[in-house]
Each structure stands twice: as structure tokens, then as C-alpha cells.
Design a binder for this molecule. Structure first.
Ligand code: DGJ
Length: 739
């Protein structure tokens, strides 16, 4: 090589090194993707290697250019730098913390890497838009798209992921979370909600320490029996109703879920919610996609009250079936008769319903099955023919008779389940989730039908189609689900050579397919979501249901707490609150508590004393005048039953010209002999003046409150008002009207 050509090649080399450096520099230029609602922001940005990180979460920054400064303010030291806050952490490469995604590729390799490819924003309308970010594995070409649907005004984000297999063969997903969020704060306080039958939604607050706290369910169906897929997360310090930075989060999935809360080595909190990977390895064939359930969250820097109101508005406008529609008051016969009724008795109860003044009569469990009649909970589930002895003239006769009596008619079903003592079980044992080689194990004497099987889906849809198709005037469905899944094994998956580990996921997908068909065919009928009480309440199921049954526990004192806790996440228009004889607490207290949502009755009307009947008839009229306010108003939880001898909540209309305040004594202790101090009516307009009147009084009683004073909103917000609760006045409802 001569000197000239040598220097020429050196020049070329220098040039190409320079070019490479420039190229890699430009590749390293971070991409910023702000996910912004009206008040809040979540910031995604790429690192020097093109990995996607989450670098900010909280109140929106005033100057968007400042987002560029965020990551420079962190100072990670070791080789894990920046990786802990990956926006969708893959397993098997550089990551050693809890992953969001774990894959076994077609060739058996268990490593995945995800690099940023592109992002887009699509607007649905002026309020709603979706940011999607495409990530891809440089080796296997597996793609993950992260979706952030933004509901700007409501400050709500709905997040999910879509995983796509671009390999030639089938890959297997071990973990496939919905989201992977990272937060930075001094401390993290998690409130989660556990329970059991008749004890739903009991809050427990914990300071998160380093390591992982997991909230999960492995029950399959009735999945929320012990843990609910919802949480409150307060940053820095525990939040109150009116103060503090707080996030409300919930997974929209009616099956096994898992939410991991991991405080990492830098004291960041990583939250990874999704389908529970427990026995749920899921295959994904070449070219196929898997969409995870949505993780839905909202944030407020003004406490849990505002965060709840944001979620309520979003749910009514965008999620709950007919969220802004109307609801029917009803008389249910479950606690009044249990299984012991026939059509004559029912027809009398219709008349009772009319006398009481409700819109609808709801016939509960026990109306079906002939070979093995449903006279208790041991037989008949699955055989949805009316029992000829109890109902010789069938359901259509009841619909007609109810109509004649002046009430609408609704009916209970539990179509996903089967008693072994049933014709359905005898005919189709292969439709039942069970281990054929092992003894059966029952929950409430029943088993779960295999909704992974399209034939079973057809059958369940057929049950509904038969009822609703034959009885177009049927006005209400209560859809129950009492059993968990034991011995998870599907004959259908076996026969079709699919994996048993698909069962938990495909069950839920099968359920949604059935519900899609029911809704397509019967869009108008209101449906109550019930699961042996509140064992299945989530925002995916509520896409199909107008309301839910919070708990079989209808003791109003318990309901003050149960309804309080559900109200963090779900608007009260969806909460079915029934007045029953479960407890000895006075009828007024029971009625007032039921009014804080969708009111109904489950009592023997003919057993009511004259005054009780008069009071109830009047109460239904009062409810009628208040329901718009309760259903669509803003909820202010004013005094917590956990911190006081009383509880107090208020619903306020948009214009802040009308409010209703519910107050209850929650203990028999000396503390409760009177309300010593006023309760602040946050939520009223400080510039308006208000008159306060006690309503829904029991016949023969009068209010101890003076109604002649007009109070300034300023006074009511800052000083508060004393409802004069006492052991003689345990329940006080106040109507607040602007002058
Ligand atoms: C459980 C429900 O929660 C109750 O309201 C009632 O419908 C029973 N099932 C009927 O079996």
C-alpha cells in the first residue's frame, strides 16, 4: 500500500468512526412521550440505548420543556442505572427485578429485550385520546405496544398492553402484565381491600417497605372473595379526603389478578398489575396478538375525595353500562322467602311491591329445575326450566301478573354454574371444570361450567336468550356467581390440544364473549352483577352491568363501612343497597343507608307495622326526589366511621345549589351520645347561602334542628354544621338548598 492510499483509507476510517459516533449520538437522543390529562402527567422517555423508561408521575409541570430536565435530577450509581424504571420490564436479559413480561420463545430461549420503535397519538374526541408506544425485541422481533387512553377532564388513564409474536413458532408468555409504573416519593402508603363472604372491602393500610407486597387472587371465578382488584396509593404521607398526593388504581379483569408493589434499591416504587401468572402460562402463535386487561388509574394532589370523584365521573360517562341512565327501585324476595315460594305467593308479593311503591319485583334463586328441583342450594343449578310445581304457568305468567299488579318483573340467574345434582351435569359432565381422576370439591355444592368451550358459551347465552327472548317484558336480570374454581381442568382444552394453563384466562374471555352476545341482543335490560355478595366487582364486568351487589351483608351498620369503601372506586348509582331484616337496627336507619345508592327492599311487606309501611312508602317518594342528586352528584365523604363515632357523606349537584347529607351513629358507646363538634361541609360553594332541612323523618317524630337559619357556604365549609346525632337520633338526612 502506498502512502497516499494509506492516508486515504485512514481518512475513510476516521470519517466512518465520526459518522458512527454521530449516528449513535442521534440514536441516543432521548424521545420524550408525555401522557397528560388535564392536571396530571406521566412521562415516558428513552435512555441512551433506546429502552423506554418512566421518569415522572404526578401533577403536570407548568413548562413542558422542564420534562427534559427530569432524568438529570436522578443519580443512579451502579450498573442497574435507569433500568428499574423501565416502562415494561422484560425478563431474562439485563433485568433482575420483578418483570412485567416474561417469555419463552419458540426456540426455548427465555430472554427478552424491548427497545423503543415509535409512538403515535390518536384522538377519539376533544376529551379522549390514546397514546401508543411500540417496543420491539431486536433479536426475536417480539413486539409490545403500550397503550395509554387518556380521559383528560376526568384525569383518568386506562392503560393496557398488546404483545405480538413475530417469530415463526409459538411463544409462551409466563407473565404478561397490563402496566409497569414507577413512582418516586419519600414514602408509599398502600391501602388495599380484603374480605370474605359478608365482609367485603375491608381496608388495610400499610407503609410499603423494600421488597414486594403482592395483592392477588387465585380463585378463578368469584375472584374478589378475599382480595379486591383495587387500591389507594398515597405518596409521601397517608392521604386524607382533602389532602395529599394519591392514586386510585384498579384492574379491569374478572378473574385471577396480581398486583405487585416493589420498592426498589433506589426507593422507587414499581407497580405491576395484571392477570395473575399463577398456573397461567399462555401460548401465543406466530403472528398473533394478546391484549392484556386494562389497568385504570387516577391521581390527585388534593386527597382521596377528589380522586374518587374523578373516577366516578369517568365511570358514569365512559364505563359503567348505562352509567348516566336511570335505575329501578325493587322488591327482592331472597331474604323474604328464600327457596320457599310458589306462583300464588309471588303474585301476592307483586301486590305488596306495588303497595310499597317500588318499580320492580325481583324473583331470586329457586324458580327452576324439575328432575332435581331447586328447593335449596344443593340441586338444580344448570337446569333453567321453570319448576312446574312452583311455577306451573312459567315465567311469562309471572311477567304478566306483575304487570297487572303494576310492577315490572326481574329474575335471578347463575348461568355459569352447575350442581352435580342436575340434568345438565348428567348430560354434559365434560362441560364442567373438574379433574376427572380426582374427587370433586364443591363450593356451595356446585361446580363451574367450562366457558373456554364455545358450546358452553352457546349454552349460557342460550339460557339468557331463552329467558329474555321469550319474555321481552322481562325488565331486570340479577346475574350471580357463587363458586370459585377448584380442580382447574378443562375437557375442552384437552380435546382441542390446547394448554390447561389457558383455563383461567380463557374462562374470563369466554365469559366476556357471552356477555357481549347478551348485550348485543338485549341492550336495554338492566343487569345486576352479583357474586355471592360482592365477589366479582370490576370495571371490565361493569361494561356489561348497570349495577352490582356489594355484599350479602345488609346490616346497615356494616353497610355504612362496606359502601364507604366501595365508594372510593365505584359511583353509587351502581351500588345496590337493599333494606332487609338482616339486623334489628331501626327501619329508618336501614332506609337512609340504602338511599345512598340504588335503593331496594328485601323484606316481607305484609309484616311491616302500619307506621313502618307508611314510612317506607314515604321514603320511596323522598328517594325519588333525591335520586338524581345521589346518582349523579359529587360525593364528599365528610366524616369517616373509622375515625369517629359517626359517619357522614354528602352528594352535591354540579351547580352546588343542592346537596344531601347522610349522617349515622356507628357505635353504642358513650362517645356517641351526641355529636360534639360540627362536620365541615366541604363541597359546598363558599359564596352561596344555604338552608338546611332534615328529611325522611319517621312518622310521629320531629327534627331537633332549627330550619329557620340561613347559613353562608363559607360558614358551612369552614366551621361546619352539627346534625345533632345522638343515640336517639342515630340516622339523620339533611337536604341542603341554596337560597
Ligand atoms: C348469593 C347472592 O348474593 C344472594 O343475594 C342470593 O341471590 C343468593 N346467592 C341466591 O342463591
Amino acid at each position: 500500500m502506498n502512502l497516499r492510499s494509506h492516508s486515504h483509507s485512514r481518512l475513510l476510517l476516521t470519517l466512518s468512526v465520526w459518522l458512527l459516533a454521530v449516528l449513535s449520538l442521534s440514536a441516543a437522543a432521548p424521545v420524550f412521550i408525555p401522557v397528560e390529562t388535564a392536571h396530571n402527567a406521566l412521562l415516558l422517555q428513552t435512555d441512551k440505548d433506546g429502552r423506554l423508561l418512566m421518569t415522572y408521575f404526578g401533577t403536570k409541570l407548568n413548562h413542558s420543556a422542564d420534562y427534559g430536565q427530569v432524568s438529570a435530577q436522578t443519580n443512579y450509581h451502579d450498573s442497574d442505572t435507569g433500568f428499574f424504571n423501565h416502562a415494561y420490564t422484560p425478563a431474562g436479559t439485563w433485568n433482575l427485578v420483578e418483570p412485567a413480561l416474561s417469555i419463552t420463545h419458540a426456540d426455548g430461549n427465555v430472554s427478552t429485550e424491548l427497545r423503543y420503535v415509535s409512538h403515535t397519538t390518536e384522538a377519539t374526541d376533544a376529551n379522549v385520546k390514546t397514546v401508543s408506544v411500540l417496543l420491539s425485541d431486536p433479536v426475536y422481533k417480539t413486539e409490545v405496544t403500550l397503550y395509554f387512553k387518556i380521559y383528560a377532564k376526568e384525569d383518568v388513564v386506562e392503560q393496557w398492553s398488546v404483545i405480538r409474536n413475530n417469530e415463526k413458532g409459538t411463544l409462551t408468555m409466563g407473565k404478561y402484565a397490563s402496566a409497569n409504573l414507577t413512582f418516586t416519593a419519600k414514602n408509599y402508603y398502600l391501602t388495599h381491600f380484603h374480605g370474605a363472604w359478608a365482609q367485603e372491602m375491608k381496608p388495610e393500610q400499610t407503609l410499603l417497605t423494600h421488597g414486594i407486597k403482592t395483592i392477588d387472587s387465585k380463585l378463578g371465578t368469584r375472584a374478589n372473595l378475599y382480595e379486591h382488584p383495587v387500591f389507594v396509593l398515597a405518596f409521601d404521607k397517608p392521604a386524607t379526603e382533602t389532602e395529599g398526593k394519591v392514586m386510585l388504581g384498579t384492574l379491569a379483569w374478572s378473574g385471577n389478578f396480581k398486583m405487585d408493589f416493589e420498592v426498589d434499591a433506589y426507593h422507587q416504587l414499581r407497580v405491576i398489575p395484571g392477570i395473575n401468572p399463577f398456573q397461567s402460562e399462555y401460548p401465543l402463535a406466530s403472528g398473533k396478538e394478546f391484549k392484556t386487561p386494562s389497568f385504570i388509574y387516577t391521581f390527585s394532589d388534593k386527597g382521596t375525595g377528589e380522586a374518587s370523584r374523578q373516577l366516578h365521573r369517568w365511570a358514569r360517562d365512559y364505563r359503567l353500562y348505562d352509567g348516566n341512565g336511570t335505575r329501578l327501585t325493587l322488591l327482592n324476595n331472597w331474604e323474604a322467602t328464600y327457596f320457599n315460594f310458589d306462583q300464588e305467593k309471588l303474585v301476592k308479593l307483586f301486590a305488596d311491591g306495588k303497595k310499597l311503591g317500588v318499580d320492580l319485583f325481583l324473583l331470586d334463586d329457586g324458580w327452576f329445575a324439575n328432575k332435581y328441583p331447586r328447593n335449596d342450594d344443593k340441586a338444580g343449578l344448570g337446569d333453567w326450566e321453570p319448576n312446574a310445581k312452583k311455577l306451573p304457568d312459567g315465567v311469562s305468567y309471572l311477567v304478566k301478573e306483575a304487570g297487572k299488579a303494576g310492577v315490572k318483573f326481574g329474575i335471578w340467574v347463575e348461568p355459569e354454574m352447575v350442581n352435580p345434582k342436575s340434568e345438565l351435569y348428567e348430560k354434559h359432565p365434560d362441560w364442567v371444570i373438574r379433574q376427572t381422576e380426582r374427587p370433586e370439591h364443591y363450593f356451595r355444592n356446585q361446580l363451574v361450567l367450562d366457558l373456554t368451550n364455545p358450546q358452553v358459551q352457546d349454552y349460557v347465552f342460550g339460557v339468557m336468550d331463552n329467558l329474555l327472548g321469550k319474555n321481552p317484558e322481562l325488565s331486570f336480570i340479577k346475574w350471580d356467581c357463587n363458586s370459585v374454581i377448584y380442580n382447574a381442568q378443562s375437557a375442552y382444552l384437552q380435546k382441542t390440544k390446547q394448554k390447561q394453563s389457558q383455563l383461567y384466562v380463557d374462562y374470563v374471555r369466554g365469559l366476556y364473549k357471552v356477555l357481549d352476545r347478551v348485550r348485543a341482543a338485549y341492550p336495554k335490560v338492566p343487569m345486576m352483577l352479583c357474586s355471592g355478595g360482592g365477589g366479582r366487582v370490576d370495571y371490565e364486568a361493569l361494561k356489561y352491568f348497570t349495577e352490582y351487589w356489594p355484599s350479602d351483608n345488609t346490616d346497615p351498620l356494616e353497610r355504612v363501612y362496606i359502601q364507604w369503601n366501595y365508594s372510593y372506586f365505584y359511583p353509587v348509582i351502581a351500588s345496590c343497597n337493599h333494606i332487609t331484616d338482616w339486623s334489628k337496627v331501626g327501619l329508618k336507619y336501614r332506609t337512609d343507608v340504602a338511599m345512598m345508592g340504588k335503593m331496594g327492599y328485601d323484606i316481607v311487606v305484609s309484616h311491616l307495622s302500619e307506621n313502618d309501611l307508611k314510612f317506607s312508602q314515604q321514603a320511596l317518594k323522598v328517594y325519588d326526589s333525591l335520586k338524581e342528586l345521589v346518582w349523579r352528584g359529587d360525593l364528599y365523604r365528610l366524616a369517616s366511621p373509622y375515625e369517629n363515632a359517626y359517619a357522614s357523606s354528602m352528594f352535591v349537584n354540579d351547580a352546588k345549589t343542592k346537596a344531601v347529607m347522610f349522617n349515622y351513629v356507628v357505635t353504642n358507646r358513650f362517645d356517641a351520645t351526641y355529636t360534639p363538634t360540627p362536620i365541615r361541609l366541604t363541597g359546598l360553594d363558599a359564596t352561596k347561602n344555604y338552608r338546611i332541612k332534615e328529611i325522611n323523618l319517621y312518622p310521629g317524630t320531629s327534627s331537633s334542628l332549627n330550619t329557620s337559619t340561613v347559613f353562608s357556604g363559607d360558614f358551612l365549609v369552614k366551621n361546619g354544621y352539627n346534625p345533632d346525632l345522638s343515640l336517639q337520633r342515630t340516622s339523620v338526612v339533611l337536604e341542603i338548598t341554596a337560597e
